[in-house]
Design a protein around this ligand. Structure first.
Ligand code: PMP
Length: 385
């Protein structure tokens, strides 16, 4: 029997909001204006391409030619010649046999993990992997073993304990700390057990490897028959979307079985055009990848020389440790007040409980901007650190 006065269905969200407020974990949207008025060390536009006229021009041209939307799922009307061109060039650039473009990197990770496993499979996943990998593991219904961060021995043990199809999955460069996965060791362990290796190279494409060809290329693993990479087109390529790269048989399997491919509208032509233009620009200017890594090392060097603790950057992400969650939050807010946007990570977003500022280097930062950013971070740093 329904009660006399039915409860409003979303009333409970007020209590959840109060809980977040009490824990200091309220998230707020800050719509930015079109003209940047703050120095940005928080975005993922690692190569500074998203607003380059060649890239926005390619996006506009693609929209005019192919339409504002893809018009349907990739298997119906949503695959254009432009999508096929991007897939061909992306695979070739990164050194893989084939590629498949998705509407996001998130969808690409879910596709790889769900389509390449079944209920009897084992996924061995690094404890610090990105949320889209965590969700891919959950949706796969495979057994998942979460192993300690960057620990090939733990991966070995997990694989040893399983009989049947298995894969290990890792970020190439971890989102929060910017440290790198031990790819060579992981590949060797996987090979001992006939397991596949899936690497999310979201932070490696455009930054690592020869001319920005990615972490797999840098490790000499690109194109191997037992290796699959996932990437996003939304970071160094300054666009939107994602892709899976791997052996042609794997890509064919994804076309036929990956639900985030089959039941999702294709990536918008403007995003495809922009990503393709960025890829071509990267090919013609291989120094871009070197430049962003140099900027990251410079930021790290100057901040640590001044006494801050920061993780040695392996790519574009520079993680600066903060003494406490509250101080991290205030530090980031003080930076913003001084005209600098930085990321701020606090528990529970950081599994080790250590709060940090997260800076992202960009290839187009000038020496003056780097100096200004370092000056602001040092001036606003909590005392007694
Ligand atoms: N993997 C990693 C490691 C990421 O950092 C991100 C983006 N935050 C994604 C996947 C998801 O990519 P996208 O934003 O294109 O969905």
């Amino acid at each position: 029997m329904p009660s006399a006065t039915p409860r409003a269905p979303f009333e409970w969200t007020d209590a959840a909001a109060r809980g977040r407020a009490a824990a200091g974990l309220v998230r707020t949207l800050r719509p930015r204006t079109a003209e940047p008025d703050l120095l940005d060390l928080a975005s993922n536009d690692y190569l500074g391409l998203t607003r380059r006229p060649e890239i926005t021009g390619a996006a506009a041209a693609a929209a005019r030619r192919w339409g504002a939307g893809a018009t349907g799922s990739r298997l119906v009307t949503g695959s254009t010649v432009l999508h096929a061109e991007l897939e061909r060039e992306l695979a070739e650039f990164c050194g893989f046999e084939a590629a498949l473009v998705f509407s996001s990197g998130y969808a690409a990770n879910i596709a790889a993990l769900t389509a390449l496993t079944d209920r009897g499979s084992l996924i061995v996943s690094d404890a610090d992997n990105h949320a889209s990998i965590v969700d891919g593991c959950r949706l796969s219904r495979a057994q998942t073993a979460v192993v300690p961060h960057a620990d090939p021995e733990a991966v070995d043990k997990a694989l040893d304990a399983h009989d049947g199809r298995a894969l290990a999955v890792t970020d190439s460069v971890f989102s929060v700390d910017g440290d790198a996965a031990p790819l060579t060791e992981l590949a060797a362990v996987c090979r001992r057990y006939g397991a596949a290796l899936v690497v999310d190279d979201a932070h490696g494409l455009g930054v690592l490897g020869d001319g920005g060809r990615g972490a797999l290329r840098a490790a000499g693993l690109a194109g191997d028959g037992d290796v699959v990479a996932t990437v996003t087109l939304s970071k160094s390529l300054g666009s939107q979307g994602g892709a899976v790269l791997g052996p042609a048989r794997v890509i064919d399997h994804l076309v036929n079985t990956a639900r985030t491919f089959i039941f999702d509208t294709g990536l918008a032509p403007a995003s495809v055009g922009a990503a393709l233009a960025s890829l071509r620009l990267l090919r013609s200017d291989p120094q871009l990848a070197d430049r962003v890594r140099t900027v990251a090392r410079t930021l790290h060097g100057r901040l640590t020389a001044a006494g801050l603790s920061a993780v040695q950057p392996q790519a574009a992400v520079v993680s600066v440790l903060a003494p406490s969650p509250d101080q991290a939050l205030r530090w980031a807010a003080d930076c913003r007040d001084a005209g600098l946007v930085v990321g701020c990570f606090r528990p529970p977003s950081v599994p080790d409980g250590i709060s940090r500022l997260r800076l992202t280097a960009r290839a187009d930062l000038t020496e003056r901007q780097i100096e200004a950013a370092v000056g602001t971070i040092l001036r606003t740093a909590p005392t007694g650190r």
